[in-house]
Design a protein around this ligand. Sequence first.
Ligand SMILES: Cc1cc2nc3c(=O)[nH]c(=O)nc-3n(C[C@H](O)[C@H](O)[C@H](O)COP(=O)(O)OP(=O)(O)OC[C@H]3O[C@@H](n4cnc5c(N)ncnc54)[C@H](O)[C@@H]3O)c2cc1C
Length: 455
Amino acid sequence: MPDYGHDLMFGTFITPSAHRGVQEALPASLRGKAIAPGDAAYPGVRHSYSWPGSPALVLRPENADEVVTALAYVRAQELPLAVRSGGHGISGRSTNDGGIVIDLAELNRVEVLDRASGRVRLEPGARWGEVARKLAPYGLAMSSGDSGGVGVGGLTTTGGIGYLARKHGLTIDHVTAVEMVLADGTQVRADRDHHPDLFWAVRGAGGNFGVVTAFELEAYEVGDVVYAGLVVDATETAAFLRRWGRLVEEAPREITSFLTLAPARGGNPPVAQMTLVYAGDEVEAAQDALSPFLGAGPVLDQQAAVVPYPELVRASGQRHEGHGLAEVRSGLVEHVTPEIAAGVEGMLHAGDTLFTQFRSVGGAVNDVPAQATAYPHRTQNFSLLAATVPVLSARLNKRWEALREHLNGLYLSFETDTSPERLADAFPEPALSRLRALKQIHDPDNVFNGNFPIR
Ligand SMILES: Cc1cc2nc3c(=O)[nH]c(=O)nc-3n(C[C@H](O)[C@H](O)[C@H](O)COP(=O)(O)OP(=O)(O)OC[C@H]3O[C@@H](n4cnc5c(N)ncnc54)[C@H](O)[C@@H]3O)c2cc1C
């Protein structure tokens, strides 16, 4: 193992001569593709969106062969490994302290392989904003999430609850093949006919099984969509939530809605920011589908527009500062029941959460059989999350424990509690046993342990 020295290990200081030593110690193909403390580029790559970090080294391979080399190098150093695509991980920590990050930012190609079938090839370091922008000229799109800054790699190995979810399902539901590097350095292509077990596992629990270097997906035709944004006075939180939940379930599949609730601040009431997307450009049908939501609660502000889909997921391109929300709790529910609505009202009114979000799933998400992918949650209509900062985490946890008996599973991408019980929530049986058996085969040393490690 090369001697990085104490300072480098903890990421505090490195002299230029020590840095030269780091580059020289690397395999030839990675020289010049490593960033270490002391480099001008280091502040821009050390943190992820949510997590501050001080890695000893960030390796930026440019192709799958270099990923193999990088992985072998990390394993030989016996240092912690983090795998990063877009760096927006919440459950997945794509940075660390004193370890090595394999950063896939340079593997970022977006290609349309066949316009007729919608077959596209996405590399993991591409961001969803960029994917939307590049598919739009072909009249194609892929629902991902609400942020264009999120990377292809993290989202497409876990789920992908996006603005077109009820019409088109999760992102993983459209994956037809993955190219990946396994823990022992083997490169495989997994699809329905090759390594079908891995293909199943990578669509939901992918972070545990290797480094995906490319995804093939079947995109679908989307042109303009109708967007509506409402700001609602959520003082009567529980009653409002129940109405909103009912409206979403009754709405045609073209409607997907995300809801963010923020506590009362500065004399203002608690407010709900409601985003509604109608997956189509038929304005009259959209108006019919959207107008019932005006009755969900007292509307403080509203806007609506017909927009090209990429407008909804513009990437900010900001540098990651690790400004993190330390605690995020996730749950999935069939319906917004009185118990769920009251629980959310309690935490919101007490100020025990910075914000709470609902995302509608259901619709096409639930057309997929539960055991078809390692995301087995195919009866729920809503994903729920609550986020807070460390100083409030005990209060949030207490509230969440009270809510837990009313939840049915969780979405791994929105949970930071990686205790073993949460694994069972993320991967209800028989999924967890199947994943454990596959982990034993493909990653017996638990090399990929930075995102809900399955032991
Ligand atoms: C502001 C914000 C908004 C979000 N909104 C949504 C949303 O609307 N819907 C939704 O579904 N999710 C959403 N998410 C969650 C997001 O999908 C996940 O956090 C996702 O993991 C981020 O992907 P990334 O590539 O940017 O993450 P990274 O931080 O790069 O990676 C996260 C983890 O994913 C794994 N991983 C990353 N790349 C690979 C790879 N190539 N191969 C194997 N494993 C890999 C690793 O375990 C890694 O630790 C949001 C997150 C943020 C921060």
